[in-house]
Design a protein around this ligand. Structure first.
Ligand SMILES: [Zn+2]
Length: 86
């Protein structure tokens, strides 16, 4: 049983749906990896009502969750303040 079969069984989604999601995830990571950076996650990508769940980078078009965006931006701030102290 391969990964697609396992994910299909666990999620209850068809193998075709799992494959399609997996391909989208790989494409998204390619965009994020190729970004000249730092990412600018300013474009709402996916929402649940008023809540924005995912953000897209205006430079590369890759997207991440709101939680990942928050940690990424915190890392940028901490990294830059560390550099200023040196
Ligand atoms: Zn980017």
């Amino acid at each position: 049983m391969n990964t697609i079969d396992v994910l299909s069984k666990i999620s209850g989604q068809s193998k075709e749906t799992v494959k399609s999601i997996w391909e989208e995830v790989k494409e998204n990571h390619k965009k994020l990896d190729a970004c000249p950076g730092p990412h600018k996650f300013t474009i709402p990508f996916r929402s649940s009502g008023e809540l924005i769940r995912d953000w897209s980078c205006e430079l590369c078009g890759g997207h991440i969750s709101s939680s990942d965006k928050s940690w990424y931006e915190k890392g940028l701030n901490h990294g830059s303040s560390t550099l200023q102290k040196e």
